[in-house]
Design a binder for this molecule. Structure first.
Ligand SMILES: [Zn+2]
Length: 128
């Protein structure tokens, strides 16, 4: 056994650390400060998945549905953030690399400012 290996508490096999899950756990210390520590699962991924499946199978159907819903919500939120980031980066990259796109962007922002100015002058005129 070398240092990059760990013994699985379930199947008892020595496996590379990459075969184990890593958890980031949060806890409050005595001063109520939140600390994070990483913990390597005591079971290998295979055994962990197996026991999760077992655990899920023992749950009542409502609970299972609820867990699935929570997972979905989490996934959607994550996905939404990622796609927003993607669009932002896409525009940024295009702005720097695509001349025509840059011109269009500048043009549309100019138009927006002109429209705003016009709106403002109308409001001012109305207030006279
Ligand atoms: Zn195992």
């Amino acid at each position: 056994m070398n240092e990059s290996q760990k013994k699985c508490s379930k199947c008892g096999e020595y496996k590379d650390l990459i075969e184990f899950y890593v958890f980031n756990r949060k806890y409050k210390n005595s001063k109520q400060k939140i600390r994070v520590y990483t913990e390597i699962s005591s079971q290998c991924k295979k055994c962990h998945n197996e026991s999760t499946k077992q655990w899920r199978a023992n749950l009542p159907i409502e609970k299972r549905r609820q867990l699935d819903r929570e997972k979905m919500v989490k996934y959607r939120k994550n996905h939404l953030e990622k796609s927003r980031e993607y669009v932002r980066n896409y525009h940024k990259n295009r702005y720097h690399t695509d001349e025509a796109f840059r011109k269009r962007m500048i043009e549309s922002s100019k138009k927006w400012h002109e429209k705003k100015k016009l709106e403002q002058s109308i409001t001012l005129n109305c207030n006279k």
